[in-house]
Design a protein around this ligand. Structure first.
Ligand code: GAP
Length: 515
């Protein structure tokens, strides 16, 4: 097991042990690829949503929010192209009867070559020490250059085959690369077929008269069909945006990597409506703006990168992913898409309702173009946890597990801990708690030694612990312990709020983006 796989396993186990994420329906042995958020997980998730909503809706004068229904008229999905084109290529192994995404099999194959390249680099780094030049090694080492050429060739082919919907060539590529089923170890594959990712359900009690509906695979369509309602009621002029947070559902062929790819997940999406012809200006604007937002979370600038799409979704004329460096490699966390006027035009044609904007300056009407930003809430949650999870060796040789969650996102901001359960300390602690909980999400604990209680707060990522002892009763001072440095400071109760608010407020984070 590589170090990173090990960390990922530890993070998933930690999520369960400390009430962040549970397998759905666990008492019935769980439902695959579906998860529930526990007490601390739901707090963290809410804080992430809050930060996104504040920075997207509250801090932009020209962006408003909505909350549309999950059920939508079936024509929506016909018009949007999802009925015909929202497919993944699947393939079955005839021996194991296991089903795979054909493009994922090829991706995994490429990943294995990448891992070999990485191993060679590590070996060389060990050998040459400070004299090692990674870039030079990658471009001059014969074996690595050959491997990289192989990767490039495979990626070029799969991109082309996906673009042209050339399913027989995808199968040929799998056979040519001799890719085996990880379960049966054989290459006994079926043909590649397209599989629609939307879940179907029925509305109405009577089977004969009920109609088929789809669970939405993206929240965006709820925004498009409300474009006229929102524009008329808010009287916003172009450019303006509509944002929403909500559940989306996809019947993923293979759901994997914990909450990274699920069948029920949450998106935070914003559609920015613009004048036709301005799409590349706004596409670049939102690329830059969203990257700055991610970096504002403080999880290391080097852990983000763009990945421009060559194989575009059916609605896009340009698209990029913001990728985060997860323990299993750089993977998509947010998509930024130039959707042209594909969706509004399609809804206009299908519904027969005019979806126009009257541009008073130009004295003309047109169907607006759209730039979309679409981030997976669960993926961002996972990124925060993976990045925050640390195992630290202490002076006494013990190891502490601490979640160094950005303080403004932490589920609990302050733990209030009386040193002992007697001598009036719990009463004084509850008095302090009464004031603090009006402002912050707090936790009160009086059981176990103070050391054990500090460890528990470290494990759920609480940035501050306030300890009340006998001296507190005499001079109203407490000990404030900092999660990251473990430093303990004696301060007056009246100074607590200023210190905690400075560190846990999202305001400084937002200001840093603006500067
Ligand atoms: N409206 C555009 C759209 O849905 P997408 O790239 O398919 O675009 C946007 O999805 C984001 O939703 C992704 O960047 C990812 O973070 C998240 N996402 C997509 N499928 C997911 C899944 N099965 N599980 C968890 N998150 C997912």
């Amino acid at each position: 097991m590589t170090n990173n796989e090990d960390i990922f396993k530890k993070v998933t186990a930690h999520c369960k042990e400390y009430g962040f994420v549970f397998q759905s329906s666990e008492i019935y042995d769980g439902l695959a690829a579906t998860y529930d958020y526990g007490p601390f997980g739901s707090e963290l998730k809410n804080n992430i949503k809050d930060y996104w909503w504040k920075s997207m809706v509250n801090l932009n004068d020209n962006i408003v929010g909505i909350d549309s229904a999950i059920f939508m008229h079936p024509s929506v999905w016909k018009a949007s192209g999802h009925v015909d084109a929202f497919n993944d290529p699947l393939i079955d192994n005839k021996d194991s009867k296991k089903r795979y995404r054909a493009d994922n099999l090829i991706e995994d194959y490429v990943q294995k070559i990448n891992t070999k390249i990485e191993k060679d680099c590590l070996k060389a780094e060990k050998k040459y020490g400070n004299n090692f030049n990674r870039q030079e090694f990658l471009t001059t080492n014969k074996r690595i250059v050959e491997r990289q050429q192989k990767i490039d060739k495979i990626e070029k082919k799969i991109t082309l085959f996906l673009k042209e919907n050339d399913l027989p060539s995808i199968k040929n590529l799998i056979e040519e690369l001799d890719i085996k089923c990880p379960i049966s170890g054989t290459c006994n594959w079926t043909d590649v077929r397209q599989f629609n990712l939307m879940f179907k359900t029925q509305v109405g009690a009577n089977q004969d008269t009920s109609s088929d509906l789809f669970l939405r695979p993206e929240t965006a369509q709820g925004i498009f069909v409300n474009y006229l309602n929102v524009q008329k009621t808010t009287r916003l002029k172009l450019p303006f945006g509509i944002a929403q947070i909500g559940k989306a559902f996809r019947n993923e062929i293979i759901a994997r990597q914990f909450i990274f790819r699920m069948r029920e997940f949450e998106q935070m999406e914003m559609q920015f409506f613009i004048k036709p012809g301005e799409e590349m200006i706004w596409y670049d604007y939102w690329k830059k703006s969203r990257m700055l937002w991610h970096k504002s979370l403080g999880m290391g600038e080097e852990n983000y990168r763009f990945h421009d799409h060559e194989n575009l979704a059916h609605y896009a004329n340009a698209a990029t992913d913001i990728e985060f460096n997860f323990p299993f490699g750089f993977k998509e966390i947010e998509g930024i898409h130039s959707r042209t006027n594909f969706d509004l035009k399609a809804h206009q044609e299908k519904s027969g309702k005019k979806i126009n904007f009257f541009d008073a300056e130009e004295q003309e009407s047109y169907v607006p173009y759209v730039i979309e930003t679409s981030i997976g809430l669960d993926r961002l949650f996972l990124a925060v946890l993976c990045h925050s999870y640390k195992e630290e060796k202490l002076d006494n040789n013990e190891t502490r597990v601490v979640l160094k969650i950005p303080a403004f996102l932490a589920p609990i901001k302050v733990a209030v801990l009386p040193l002992t359960k007697k001598d009036g300390l719990p009463e004084k602690a509850k008095e302090i708690l009464g004031e603090l909980k009006l402002l912050y999400n707090c936790k009160y604990e009086e059981k176990d030694s103070i050391g054990k209680r500090y460890r528990r707060q470290d494990a759920i990522g609480t940035p501050f612990c306030v300890t009340i002892d006998h001296q507190t009763l005499n001079d109203n001072s407490i000990t404030l312990r900092n999660r990251d440095s473990m430093e303990q400071k004696r301060i007056q109760i009246e100074d607590l709020n200023l210190i905690i608010s400075k560190k846990t407020s999202y305001i400084n984070v937002v200001k840093a983006i603006e500067e």
